[in-house]
Design a protein around this ligand. Structure first.
Ligand code: SF4
Length: 448
């Protein structure tokens, strides 16, 4: 078997030299606050934490263990491999936390946990409460997500419910990864920032009860339990890797459609149904809309033409950038403009060795893509890049500059406002202090 540590040695070597100008610090935060005075500080801090991860002290891990644990719902979303999480952070850290108060009187901000024992952001216990510190100075207090009762339950075949149907976004979203691998294999095809296949290997190696696929019966049984016990879930995402040939004798659309149909037949619009797949032709998508799926995420990952070809070689080869974009716009005729929400990965614009070297150029490129889609009524959303060490890019990058993330946030907010687009559906309430979306601040920066 191919070792899952493909990039581990590179990552370890680079840890020594990646002490870098990009490392989070109060000085850099203050500089970016001053550059972007009209962005909420909560949003800037949120993206700074997401791009660099956070460390937990032993006391903080002891407390966190009593709360909802990180489910590793698709990618690792950590900045260290499992083998380097020496204090079992993978088992003891929480899925998310809410940062609030502190010296800046922060409004409540929901942030996904990305483990990084070397991060200058450190969660620790102070006077009986969990706090987040940066360079030893307090940023804010941390609230942790309650451990849902259904996380302790198992299916009739013994599988834990939280492995089949974890919830994220503070319980708002049920995350159904029904295919834990991607058929874009290796450097010639895999997206260079994605660790879906490597994460699968490392999780299996560590003993987590990961399975490549989930059966429809398992998904339905898990959803029955959630429907009985979990009242805060409002949406589900049906997702997994790309299928370039067949999976269980089906092509990509057929494979994911069987789950959509079964869920909607049983639960008919109880939750907002979303599906993440490649950009597929219209005839493949119509059955999803007819089945009851409301939101489609055909993720375009990065706007720049040159970088798309390099960073998403499989997507470029099998579909092609222009065709991908055309299919995104075509799908709006099926789901409605506001219900097509393609994701991009904010930060990879500047990933070494291929990315832009100037922050302004990277922001301009991403803003061009936002204008392309938003002027046509489609609002992309984004995930802050997590440089996972078992990926080609993560092995040689600490992360993108905070200034880039702030610039993208502003470009997203201003373009969205300029075209007077609706709040993207399926993410809960917008506005700083209200949002549950935890892997970027695009919902936090919407003015309400
Ligand atoms: S298409 Fe790219 S981003 Fe999506 S799962 Fe496959 S390798 Fe990862």
């Amino acid at each position: 078997m191919k070792p899952f540590r493909t990039h581990l040695d590179t990552w370890k070597q680079n840890q020594e030299i990646l002490t870098d100008p990009n490392r989070p610090s109060w000085q850099e935060l203050d500089r970016v606050f001053a550059l972007y005075p009209d962005l909420p500080r909560e949003a800037i801090i949120k993206e700074d934490i997401l791009r660099s991860g956070l460390a937990f002290t032993e006391d903080a891990l002891t407390v966190s263990s009593g709360y909802k644990p990180k489910a590793y719902f698709i990618f690792s979303f950590d900045l260290a491999p499992l083998s380097e999480l020496k204090n079992e952070e993978d088992l003891r850290s929480p899925e998310e936390f809410r940062l609030l108060g502190g010296p800046m009187n922060l409004r409540r901000t929901t942030i996904s946990v990305r483990n990084n024992p070397k991060s200058p952001y450190v969660a620790d216990i102070f006077e009986g409460k969990m706090w987040l510190f940066l360079e030893g100075q307090p940023v804010g207090e941390c609230e942790l997500p309650q451990h849902p009762t259904y996380y302790d339950k198992s299916l009739s075949n013994g599988k834990p419910v939280h492995e089949v149907a974890p919830t994220i976004e503070w319980g708002y979203l049920i995350y159904l990864t029904v295919y834990r691998q991607c058929q874009y294999w290796g450097k010639e095809e895999e997206c260079l920032f994605c660790d879906i296949n490597e994460n699968y290997r490392q999780q299996k190696h560590s003993g987590r009860p990961y399975k490549v696929t989930k059966t429809i019966e398992e998904v339905l049984e898990a959803l029955e339990i959630i429907a009985r016990e979990e009242s805060s879930a409002r949406a589900y995402t049906l997702t997994g890797g790309s299928v370039t040939s067949t999976l269980q004798g089906m092509d990509e659309a057929q494979y994911y459609l069987q789950y959509a149909r079964a869920i909607e037949e049983r639960f008919s619009r109880r939750w907002i149904g979303k599906v993440v797949m490649q950009a597929l032709p219209k005839p493949d998508l119509i059955p999803f809309q007819q089945a009851g799926i409301q939101i489609y995420h055909p993720n375009y990952e990065i706007w720049d033409k040159r970088l798309f070809g390099i960073l998403c070689p499989g997507k470029e080869r099998y579909v092609g950038r222009e065709e991908w974009h055309k299919r995104i716009l075509d799908s709006a005729e099926i789901f409605g403009q506001s219900h097509v929400i393609p994701n991009f990965v904010a930060g990879i614009e500047m990933a070494k060795p291929y990315g832009f070297t100037a922050v302004a150029d990277a922001i301009a490129s991403t803003a061009e893509g936002l204008d392309f889609f938003m002027s046509r009524g489609v609002s992309p959303r984004y995930t802050v890049w997590c440089p996972e060490p078992l990926t080609y890019l993560g092995a040689q990058n600490f992360g993108a500059p905070l200034e880039l993330h702030a610039g993208i946030m502003k470009a997203w907010r201003d373009t969205h406002a300029r075209y007077k687009l609706p709040v993207p559906p399926g993410y809960g309430d917008p506005g700083v202090g209200n949002t549950v979306f935890s892997v970027s601040a695009f919902m936090d920066v919407i003015k309400v």
